[in-house]
Design a protein around this ligand. Structure first.
Ligand code: SF4
Length: 238
């Protein structure tokens, strides 16, 4: 960012993340349009957003606000909700679990995804929250794909763990999130979608459980999606 003032302006930082992710996604997939580049575009987008958020925390007011957030290891109240992801993020996540899980753990994950997808398919976000079913990637209150989790999970944060707990038990409980973090990762998500759309690729929101199940169960899913096949139709969100 050229303007030094803008470096610590949360709105300007978030907008810059969106623009940068969009441009980098287009560049990466123009240079090489294959499964590796697609997953790599999501990994790059997450790195750009994480670095921007880290840089924003050089400001003491931001650092103080982040230190006051209630999000902690082993706290997983937010992992019971609908998660949206871009196709690039889903393929990045699929590559990550295939590379890091042993065959038995991968088979168990596929079984959990199948089971959860069958229970939650077609549910609205409100119904999904009320169902109180954990994400298939949540094991022992930890995300087994934390390093490759999508932007919606990275941006979600809370200033009140009590509200998070209540939101799993009741409906219509608002979670007070820290907006600068939320905006940066929302812009990363949007930048990825816009970059894919600039290239004529389908950039519809996907529901994570159904989409990851498809990515792991469909042979050559990424290549087929890049060729224009509607492989994620069953996971598309309105
Ligand atoms: S992907 Fe990970 S962080 Fe996101 S909802 Fe699932 S378990 Fe939670």
């Amino acid at each position: 960012m050229d303007d030094p003032q803008a470096k610590h302006d949360p709105a300007a930082v978030a907008e810059n993340v969106g623009r940068t992710v969009r441009a980098r996604t287009v560049d990466a997939l123009t240079a090489r349009r294959d499964a590796g580049a697609l997953a790599g575009a999501a990994a790059t987008a997450m790195r750009i957003a994480e670095e921007a958020f880290a840089e924003l925390q050089e400001d003491s007011a931001v650092r103080q606000a982040v230190a006051g957030l209630d999000c902690r290891k082993y706290c997983a109240h937010c992992c019971y909700k609908t998660v949206s992801a871009t196709p690039a993020e889903v393929f990045h996540l699929a590559d990550y679990v295939k590379a890091t899980l042993r065959p038995r753990a991968l088979a168990k994950l596929k079984a959990r995804l199948r089971d959860l997808d069958e229970k939650t398919r077609g549910m609205s976000p409100l119904e999904r929250g009320q169902a109180r079913l954990p994400c298939a990637l949540l094991v022992g209150r930890l995300c087994i794909a934390h390093a490759a989790r999508p932007s919606s999970c990275r941006g979600f944060n809370s200033r009140d763990v009590g509200a998070c707990e209540q939101s799993v038990k009741q409906r219509n409980v608002a979670i007070p999130v820290y907006m600068p973090q939320y905006r940066i990762f929302s812009e990363a998500h949007l930048g990825l979608r816009q970059g894919l759309s600039d290239l004529g690729l389908n950039s519809t929101h996907l529901e994570l459980t159904a989409a990851l199940r498809i990515a792991l169960e469909t042979p050559d899913a990424a290549e087929r999606w890049l060729a224009g096949e509607p492989v994620f139709r069953a996971a598309e969100q309105p």
